[in-house]
Design a protein around this ligand. Structure first.
Ligand SMILES: CC(=O)SCCNC(=O)CCNC(=O)[C@H](O)C(C)(C)COP(=O)(O)OP(=O)(O)OC[C@H]1O[C@@H](n2cnc3c(N)ncnc32)[C@H](O)[C@@H]1OP(=O)(O)O
Length: 182
């Protein structure tokens, strides 16, 4: 499959924060920002996987570094950091621009994993990623480390679920058995 350059899918989207996006104090809800992150990331992933749809498989833990306020413009910049076989890590940086003063603040950064899907809605390979700059190479290295950590975490969770299921089955079996046999 032919590779695709990082610059071919880089995406910038904006969202003007309106009163319905915020709490009574005028701070934009985290969920609103998260939705915009997911949308921007999906556009970027779809541009990379052109011709396939994508689904969000995971969003890494994220922190809100500063509040965004009603009236401000959220600016979301998304780019593909890494492609493995069927999944892509997309990084999204969110800034808030005060349209009156021009002041811009970093609000949050997030890393999302999207999976490209074929017409039968089955995971399908995504085009390899062509890195063009030292920044792309650095982000790619960091993304590989995050992928390894994610895989370890998923394995740990699966093992914990399996051992819990085993304990539940054992407990159910012991309550079914009569306690005293005469
Ligand atoms: C419009 C939207 O955004 S949809 C919004 C919400 N998202 C969804 O509804 C997605 C629901 N989840 C699913 O459909 C499935 O769990 C999928 C498609 C994400 C993965 O399905 P699986 O059967 O696990 O697929 P499979 O084992 O073949 O893995 C496919 C790829 O997904 C990756 N993957 C699967 N689960 C995860 C996860 N939790 N986090 C990160 N990557 C994941 C795998 O590593 C693999 O990538 P790779 O080939 O590059 O290594």
């Amino acid at each position: 499959m032919e590779g695709r350059k990082v610059s071919e899918s880089e995406t910038t989207t904006t969202h003007r924060a309106l009163p319905e996006d915020a709490n009574p104090a005028g701070n934009v809800h985290g969920g609103v920002i998260l939705k915009q992150i997911d949308l921007a990331g999906a556009v970027c992933a779809m541009r990379h996987a052109r011709g396939c749809t994508v689904v969000t498989a995971s969003i890494d833990r994220m922190e809100f570094k500063a509040p965004a306020h009603v009236g401000e413009l959220l600016i979301l910049r998304a780019s593909v950091n890494m492609v493995s076989s069927k999944s892509m890590e997309v990084g999204v940086r969110v800034e808030a621009e005060n349209l009156l003063t021009g002041d811009v603040r970093h609000i949050a950064s997030a890393y999302l994993t999207f999976v490209s899907m074929d017409e039968q809605r089955k995971p399908t390979p995504a085009p390899p990623l062509i890195l063009e700059t030292p920044t792309h190479a650095r982000r790619n290295e960091e993304a590989k480390r995050r992928r390894a950590l994610r895989q370890e975490e998923r394995l740990r969770e699966r093992q914990a679920q399996e051992s819990m299921a085993q304990e539940t089955a054992t407990a159910a079996e012991s309550t079914l058995k009569p306690k005293y046999l005469y």
